[in-house]
Design a protein around this ligand. Structure first.
Ligand SMILES: [Zn+2]
Length: 153
């Protein structure tokens, strides 16, 4: 280690640090108040004070991040517990999905911009360029029935 820092060794170190952090008093004025040189104050701020401030800011940032993640995890657990049957189902009803989305929006506080679901149903183009007209998982009869229904409405 090099020479001892005259600011760190000062009995009023806490007050001096406050002045340096607030930045409303000039180095010259702080120096006059506490009998320290401008150079010593600048060196102290750069080498001893700033790293502490940066570390504290990083800790606060990490804590906030962890708190947010913990909250989202908790919300996710509650939602999954309540809608386990719906989420595990391969074909949940629209009513179930709507209940799930309403509950999820409520839990996440999405009241002004709630989750929107856009259902698109059209021909699918496969990788080889061929087109599948009917939605997968439906029989020809079911597709015809839906098409009849769509024509009527
Ligand atoms: Zn120092």
């Amino acid at each position: 280690m090099g020479r001892k820092c005259s600011v760190c060794a000062h009995p009023d170190i806490q007050d001096i640090n406050k002045h340096l952090i607030y930045g409303t008093t000039t180095y010259a004025d702080i120096g006059r108040m506490y009998g320290l040189s401008t150079f010593a104050l600048k060196r102290h701020k750069e080498n001893h004070l700033s790293p502490i401030i940066d570390e504290a800011a990083e800790e606060t940032r990490l804590q906030a991040k962890n708190d947010t993640i913990a909250t989202l995890d908790a919300v996710d657990r509650v939602i999954r517990e309540k809608f386990d049957v719906v989420l595990e189902s391969s074909n949940p009803s629209y009513g179930q999905l709507l209940d799930y989305l309403k509950f999820r929006s409520g839990m996440l506080g999405e009241t002004t911009g709630p989750t929107q679901v856009h259902v698109e149903w059209g021909p699918t183009i496969q990788e080889d360029g061929s087109i599948i007209k009917e939605p997968p998982g439906l029989t020809d009869n079911e597709v015809e029935e839906i098409e009849r229904y769509a024509r009527k409405h």
